[in-house]
Design a binder for this molecule. Sequence first.
Ligand code: SAM
Length: 507
Amino acid sequence: MLGSDVSHPLVSQFGDALRRAGYSEASLRQAVGTSSSLMHDPRGSEVARQRLAAGNALHTLIKAFCLGIPVPRNELTHAVGAATVDYLVRLALVTWEQDTLIPLVAIDAAQDLLIAHDPARRGEPLMGDHVIGLGPAPRTLAALTVRLKARRVLDLGTGSGIQALLALNHCDEVVATDINPRALAYTRFNAALNRLAIPMTRQGNLFEPLAEEAFDLIVANPPYVLSPDSRLRFRDSGMAGDELSRTVVREAARHLTDGGFASILVSWAHGEGEAWQAPLASWVRGVGCDALLLRFRTYDPVTYASLWIKEEPEFAETLDRWLGYYDGLGIRAMSSGAVILRRRSGVNWMRSAQMLSTPIQDASQHLLRIFDASSRLSRMTDIELLEQRFRPHPSHRIHRTGISRGGSYVVEEQYLETIGGVPIRVSLGEFGARLLERLDGNRSLRTLASQLTPTRGMTAGDVARSAVQLVTQLFALGFLEIDGSAVDPRGIVDIDVDRRERSLVTS
Ligand SMILES: C[S@@+](CC[C@H](N)C(=O)[O-])C[C@H]1O[C@@H](n2cnc3c(N)ncnc32)[C@H](O)[C@@H]1O
């Protein structure tokens, strides 16, 4: 069993053997088309197995630890050495039958890290204390984490330890907590597997093991699912509705140092006709933080429940029970997303955006631009804004579609979309497109607005107001920069100066 002896040198040597053989995100993708364990997908793993040669150390390791296929003992011994095989057997990470070794652990790869976790096999119920691998949610949180140099970091609900280990790259001290002791054992095992410092691990419920401690960065991918169950620790919090997400957001704000960031994955219920931002806005109001509210997707109860219970053995009964639960709580719609907080004294701003997809690349720089721009906007009057010289930030592209009419193309739709970072789109009308083409960083917005020919029915005042509105939105979301400005290296700008609060909601 995984226990305190996970930091044994043989664990690090196992990691060395995996790396030496070339077990990495890129090689998994090349060999089997994914960098995540395929154990839950028998057809996918069968297709992948057909591509793997016998006798190749990398392919043996992929078969065992990505596809979950038993391998001949001599092949695994050849790949990692006899002492390591014996040690994996002792830790119950592999077992054996005659000359065959059966893997009981899966290993994912992300960036430069190898992450061991519990295998999930289709048709087999998961254990209550199952420790998850690198599915979309952990990767999304990793991408949405602000990677500033920090002294103390908290990874709440650490699971495999992926977020804690990524934080070691830019932080002095990492504290990883989980209610599940097996998760903390995996975290220590994975630190040793990657030859990294072992994070401080603390077992307990949410923020209880932390008393009044404060952190420069908090990351949390908690069991945010709106669920009537409490069996699966990684999914079910046992708290009613979206109470778990609300609690983590509000408590995280309390545990941040001034200037510290928190990135939290959340799920929340809202009324059918209610703006998706409304519940999140009520959670972050008055917590002493600037807040960026990101929505990934909104679901109806049937779609949402099916997504989370698709591996349950009694699917139909479980679906009925989950839908009855939502009905009882009056939940008609729910969304998933992330809340990014930065603790800051003074009047705080709140901003929201719809994400087109979950980010796959590091969005840290983009998040810093958003926080920097929103803070500048919160203390700038419209008059001052009109004096700024804006220009496009290079991290986006414009999309235009047109239709042929009378021998020329008429623009049907045009929008800006980020390249990398947080995937956001902003639609541009004809006025917006004309304004954007003139934002060259040389002339003030006031000058440019005065040179624009007003479209029918617009006064000069309307043009200036529309220009301020559009530029505010584009600057706040990182599509524009102000000439001569650079993001503060810590992403914190003059925190004492607050002229007025400006909150802009984009959907
Ligand atoms: C969705 S998993 C996320 C794991 C990991 N952070 C990641 O990104 O892959 C949620 C984790 O929260 C832990 N957890 C569940 N309830 C908790 C609680 N009340 N207090 C602390 N951790 C909890 C689970 O054991 C699980 O490891």
